[in-house]
Design a protein around this ligand. Structure first.
Ligand SMILES: Nc1ncnc2c1ncn2[C@@H]1O[C@H](COP(=O)(O)OP(=O)(O)O)[C@@H](O)[C@H]1O
Ligand SMILES: [Mg+2]
Length: 218
């Protein structure tokens, strides 16, 4: 039975890292949906929620769930659920536990919890490394809107989680923490099991790994 795993958490908490690691381990049976790919067009002032950036420009508010095209996301989930071979659809993003139509579809709800100071440091580093963005801008955006948006639209969704994963744990430990939830869904049929046993011998999908679980209940 195919299921949906929703992975939420603050910016730079480790959501994509966890979701991509799951997908890499089980590339044939896991479909991955990044909410980051489903913002409304950033150039259409009639859609989404707008704000003023620290540089003084009106921009789409990337930290507001109203800037996500929820219909497009649900279409993508429903399409992925029907894809042959897919056993698990992982939906990851800031608002995976805030968008009602995603939450409704999610059989399992995970929140990656990472202290704000670590998230901010990771985010600034990422902006410098990936875009050479002036950290002054990142810090001003955080103080101006980012911090409040997290408190209003992301942090409260932690209460909707079945499992809270420690985002400072290693990638392996995060995967082990969610396996007790999704392991049965990824459990193969006898024919798949035989093929998977061969693949696992070569270090592939760890669906049957015992949990080492640095996770904590909310
Ligand atoms: N468990 C972890 N331990 C250490 N660094 C991590 C961990 N998870 C993610 N990171 C790093 O933090 C940054 C943000 O991770 P990412 O998964 O992209 O966050 P998100 O998708 O939640 O915004 C990346 O540079 C990533 O390498
Ligand atoms: Mg991400």
């Amino acid at each position: 039975m195919t299921g949906v795993l929703a992975v939420a958490g603050g910016t730079a908490s480790g959501k994509s890292t966890l979701a991509e690691a799951l997908s890499l381990r089980c590339p044939d049976s896991v479909a991955l949906i990044h909410l980051d790919d489903y913002y409304v067009p950033a150039h259409d002032p009639l859609r989404g929620v707008w704000t003023v950036s620290a540089s003084g420009h009106a921009i789409l508010d990337w930290n507001h769930p109203g800037s996500i095209d929820e219909t497009a996301v649900t279409d993508a989930i429903d399409t992925a659920l029907l894809r042959p071979g897919v056993l698990l659809v992982v939906v990851e993003g800031l608002f995976a536990l805030s968008l009602p139509s995603v939450v409704r579809r999610a059989g399992w709800r995970v929140y990656v919890d990472t202290p704000d100071d670590i998230r901010l440091a990771r985010k600034i580093l990422r902006k410098i490394e990936a875009q050479r963005q002036d950290p002054l801008l990142s810090l001003r955006n955080y103080l101006q809107t980012g911090r409040d948006r997290h408190a209003a639209h992301v942090a409260p969704s932690r209460a909707a989680a079945d499992l809270v994963v420690d985002g400072t744990a290693s990638e392996e430990e995060m995967i082990a923490a969610v396996m007790p939830l999704i392991g049965p869904t990824l459990a193969p049929t006898p024919a798949q099991a035989q093929a998977q046993a061969q693949a696992q011998a070569q270090g592939a999908c760890p669906a049957a790994r015992a949990p080492g679980v640095p996770a904590f209940a909310h």
